[in-house]
Design a protein around this ligand. Structure first.
Ligand code: COA
Length: 331
């Protein structure tokens, strides 16, 4: 499946959680050879949150999930499905979603993880919508949660400045109040995995003394390459909205982009004829939180009243895999 149109699904509730510890650009200056003056204009990031030693991804996810359930006025028992989008699960298995299920229960909702890196929340939104539209589920808890600090190489200044930890959650349900998934498109290109990867720790290169010594359990990225590909793909995704739906980009109230880099978003939006003000940005305080970034931004935008019921919002993501996706919703 590449696209979907007019699915009767709405966001019933949103929640988010950020760990308390702040790692600022000035803190990073003490760790690697970098500076606030280098980081801010190139990325838009000023600080990011870092999970406490005893916190893993499911802990962040549970905190966000509880808030989303409360916002939706729903109990865990009423959930049919729990999806956690993450590339930093607590374990290879069991799924982080199963740990979330146990913590927020009692519920016998099916639970599994979804790994599409930074596009995970948009992928999850479409999966959840398909389950609801097909009648297999009425209520889905979708969480995007990451503890990227555990796989960030704090000796590599090209990557360690980018990433942070956090979780955002949405309760999706069959439409009651006029919400809708108007259009969605997902895609992937798996031919160049090395552009953005954690080389070791899976079955291709299991953990060994050598992989640890060579720092191969950390994220490695070809930043320039990702930057170019991301801008071009985001422009393509936006172009297809009016072509496929007849809805002009100017009718969209808010773009909720994956917070990868402020320059990526600005360049993609401006080349699509949109003002940067259309995008809800919080990268300055949270950095790149991969699958958590869109629900974190969405929950924040709704909480401060910038995203309101009835608004058209465009979720937009590009990330590791490579994967990408767009979802145009009536909130
Ligand atoms: N502080 C100071 N200097 C730095 C630096 C830092 N944190 N990081 C890189 N540099 C230096 C490099 O060493 C290089 O110097 P050199 O030419 O003397 O070797 C120079 O700055 C340019 O490096 P480059 O990596 O080409 O920088 P860039 O302009 O592409 O910016 C990113 C780097 C990471 C900010 C940018 O490429 C980016 O945001 N890419 C996408 C991020 C991404 O992959 N996100 C994950 C998926 S969404």
């Amino acid at each position: 499946m590449r696209t979907a149109q007019h699915l009767p699904v709405e966001v019933a509730g949103l929640g988010s959680y950020l760990p308390e510890r702040i790692l600022s650009n000035h803190d990073l200056e003490a760790i690697v050879d970098t500076s606030d003056e280098w980081i801010v204009p190139r990325t838009g990031i000023r600080e990011r949150r870092i999970a406490a030693d005893e916190q893993a991804t499911s802990d962040l996810a549970v905190a966000a999930a509880r808030r989303a359930l409360q916002d939706a006025a729903l109990t865990a028992k009423e959930l049919d499905v729990i999806l956690v989008a993450t590339c930093t699960p607590d374990h290879l298995f069991p799924a982080t979603a199963c740990l979330v299920q146990a913590a927020i229960g009692p519920t016998d909702a099916m639970a599994c993880d979804l790994e599409a890196a930074c596009s995970g929340f948009v992928y999850g939104f479409v999966y959840a919508s398909g389950l609801i539209a097909s009648g297999m589920a009425d209520n889905v808890l979708l969480v995007g949660a990451e503890t990227l600090s555990r796989v960030t190489d704090y000796t590599d200044r090209r990557s360690c400045i980018l990433f942070g930890d956090g979780a955002g959650a949405a309760v999706l349900r069959r439409t009651r109040n006029g919400g809708e998934l108007l259009y969605a498109e997902l895609g992937a290109d798996g031919s160049r995995p090395e552009i953005l990867e954690i080389p070791a720790g899976g079955t291709r290169l299991p953990a060994s003394h050598q992989t640890v010594d060579e720092r191969r359990h950390y994220m490695q990225l070809q930043g320039r390459e990702v930057f170019k590909l991301a801008v071009n793909k985001l422009i393509e995704l936006m172009q297809r909205i009016p072509e496929q739906t007849g809805i002009g980009l100017d009718e969209i109230k808010m773009v909720l982009p994956h917070q990868s880099n402020v320059r990526i978003i600005k360049s993609a939006l401006e080349r699509s004829g949109l003002e940067m003000e259309k995008a809800y940005m919080n990268i300055d305080t949270v950095g790149n939180t991969s699958a958590a970034s869109i629900p974190l931004a969405m929950a924040e935008a709704a909480a401060c009243g910038k995203l309101q019921r009835g608004d058209l919002a465009l979720l937009l993501a590009f990330g590791g895999g490579l994967t990408w996706g767009s979802a145009l919703i009536r909130y």
